[in-house]
Design a protein around this ligand. Sequence first.
Ligand SMILES: Cc1ncc(COP(=O)(O)O)c(C=O)c1O
Ligand SMILES: [Zn+2]
Length: 368
Amino acid sequence: MAADGEGNLPAYVCACGEEHPPTLTRWRCDCGGLLGLAPGVAAPAVRDKTTSLWQYQVGIAGGGILPWPVISLGEGGTPLVRDHEPSGADVRLKLEFVSPTGSFKDRGAVVVVALALAVGARRVVADSSGNAGTAVAAYAARAGLDAEILVPVATSPKKLAQIRGHGATVTTVSGGREETAAAAIARVEAGDAFYASHVYNPYFYEGTKTYALEAVDQLDGDHHPTFVVPAGNGTLVLGVHRACVELLAADRIPALPRIVAVQSEQCAPLATPDRATGPTIAEGIAIATPPRRDDMLRAIDETGGAVVTVAEAEITQAQATLARQGLWVEPTGAVAYAATTRLVRTGSPLVAASTPIVPLCGTGLKSS
Ligand SMILES: Cc1ncc(COP(=O)(O)O)c(C=O)c1O
Ligand SMILES: [Zn+2]
């Protein structure tokens, strides 16, 4: 990925062939298409005292040109620990809930807010089921930017308190994630706020890809990972895929690790697109029509992975099992673990002869 956009920031690319330098108001292509970034280079971690995700700074957004040092909260660098359940498999848990705002969304938010600063934003707008909004609110506060975060009316009260605590304006929208996104886009189109979207802004994936870069470095070289990840809008699915493609191109891994995307049975647009959706306790992945659905399916297919769904009872059970080994996560943070334990128990080839890496992606402290 060449740093050839305006101000040496990597340009957005669209499937139509157009390229656009990142600017304050650009959030999609003139053709209406979603913006992406050309593949980057998986640079090895720097060997200094950096323990945050910025140890991979050379490979993030073209390397070294975002003003992240002024806003970093030490995000990333999360522990990878063994699952203590006697499943018979070598399952590893990556403790994303120890992130500064309590979820893995900090990885993407720090990059997107640094981009907002770089393009001269004074104000950011984001829509979220809660965690991305709290992450954007926190980094916007750190950056001295005003923030408005739009959330569905049913969002957990503790997440709303956290967003407000960071000084952002919370706007609740009646309806679900789709209505909330539409309201945010209307706001962005009507003014000059930067759209700090984890769905539309591909710089977000430059942050989430560090999840997989870290995990691969934390495993011994003779372990072949399978990445089991929750899938709502797909920031982990697509970030992990991006990391793995870069690592393979750099000969740092022998093959693309499988990506197993996990959804709630109640809301599974990747697995059962024609089924009506219902309510789920996994609020973070209650996304009925993810804009990057096709990208996610392509990424999963390319790795020989699959989409797996879990029942509400399995999510609750997984949350309790994790709690009994000292790990307190929100329901969405237990979804990938719920799927992994079933895949291991049933001897699924998806996790055979590999080390399943499971993100515990959101803290239980802010769920009801
Ligand atoms: C804790 C948690 N896990 C997983 C997800 C799903 O992430 P994505 O929508 O990027 O797929 C979210 C999204 O908000 C979340 O809050
Ligand atoms: Zn286009």
